[in-house]
Design a protein around this ligand. Structure first.
Ligand code: TXA
Ligand code: MG
Length: 314
């Protein structure tokens, strides 16, 4: 049954259509990375500005090497995080001359974002399709990334030709993005792969992710954005606020990201919880307890800070 659905999805992709499929981080909106018309459909469906490039998803380092140039740092990171650890890391690399990639996907840049998604459905989709697939998160621009098929469908049902259900995403936050295109290394977006783990592998210090403006074209300050105002580091709700706890609390919360205070559990449940409580008819705002700023907590706090920002300027 499912293999039939997957085969149909591959046929849609070959015909330049787009659809939803799971990855280990969040659900993606997939299309042929080398087909202008498919890439246009992705931008349109998301309402995403065309200057904000997409990630190319591949199923092997060999496939990535056809699209981009790997320097030594890039190869160490790919071998370790993609092959050994199977963890979500996106590499920004120099685009290879003549790479079979739509110029709309890279938004005209001479670099390209690439990752191997660690989810059997995404990998099978790429392998059966036989080429790289573009996939941003399967949500409308500015709304919360989906970690279940229903969250993705609530934004994009009308825009897609297929939707593959792979259950709830294991990681729940988008991949860590590092730019290794010009010798050094810069973390552009924190994620499950932490600064410390990158330092351990490279045996050199790596600066933390800095939000000093738009480094990647799409790195607007306000990005992951609920409708209700979000109040961070709260210890109890104000009247009318929904209250999200982390760990033990004296106040009875509307949701608890992890009663035992486990950061990985919190990252898995964060987006779904925000989406469920983002009900202006019911609440005036959302208050959330402090999240320790270590390991994947850095990525959780990055997303929360963006969700709490009310301006779109940076
Ligand atoms: O976990 C993920 O990365 C998910 C799943 C579906 O793979 N994808 C995802 O894609 O989060 P998206 O489009 O929502 O975010 C990709 C980010 C954007 O902020 C974009 O600006 C940045 O990657 N990006 C893409 N190409 C880039 C490039 N050449 N240089 C700098 N940033 C780039
Ligand atoms: Mg996104």
């Amino acid at each position: 049954m499912f293999s039939q659905k997957l085969a149909e999805a591959v046929e849609f992709l070959k015909a330049g259509e787009i659809g939803i499929a799971p990855t280990e981080t969040v659900y993606g909106l997939f299309g042929d990375a080398n087909n202008d018309s498919a890439i246009k459909k992705i931008y349109e469906a998301k309402g995403r500005p065309s200057f904000n490039p997409l990630i190319s998803h591949v199923s092997s380092i060999g496939m990535a090497e056809k699209l981009a140039e790997f320097n030594e740092t890039a190869m160490i990171l790919a071998n370790y995080f993609w092959l050994d650890k199977a963890q979500p890391l996106t590499l920004i690399l120099k685009k290879r001359r003549g790479a079979e990639l739509s110029s709309l996907l890279t938004a005209g840049l001479d670099t390209v974002a690439i990752r191997i998604p660690m989810h059997s459905i995404a990998i099978e989709l790429i392998d059966k399709f036989g080429g790289a697939l573009a996939a941003p998160s399967a949500n409308k621009s500015m709304s919360i990334s989906p970690t279940t098929i229903n969250m993705a469908l609530s934004d994009l049902a009308d825009a897609v030709s297929f939707a593959l259900d792979g259950g709830a995403c294991n990681v729940g936050l988008e991949s860590t993005i590092v730019d290794v295109s010009s010798g050094g290394i810069r973390i552009l977006r924190p994620g499950y792969v932490s600064q410390e783990s990158i330092e351990d592998v490279l045996k050199e210090s790596v600066p933390p992710c800095q939000h000093t403006g738009i480094i990647a074209p799409g790195m607007m300050k306000r990005h992951y954005s609920p409708k209700l105002p979000l109040r961070l580091c709260a210890h109890e709700p104000y009247p009318g606020e929904a209250f999200i706890a982390f760990g033990k609390t004296d106040v009875s919360p509307d949701a608890n990201l992890s009663e035992s205070g486990a950061l990985e559990e919190a990252s898995r449940s964060l987006y779904k919880t925000l989406k469920e409580l983002d009900v202006p008819e019911k609440f005036k705002g959302i208050a959330i307890m402090p999240i320790p700023n270590v390991g994947i907590g850095v990525a959780i706090n990055d997303r929360l800070t963006r969700a709490a920002a009310r301006d779109t300027a940076k």
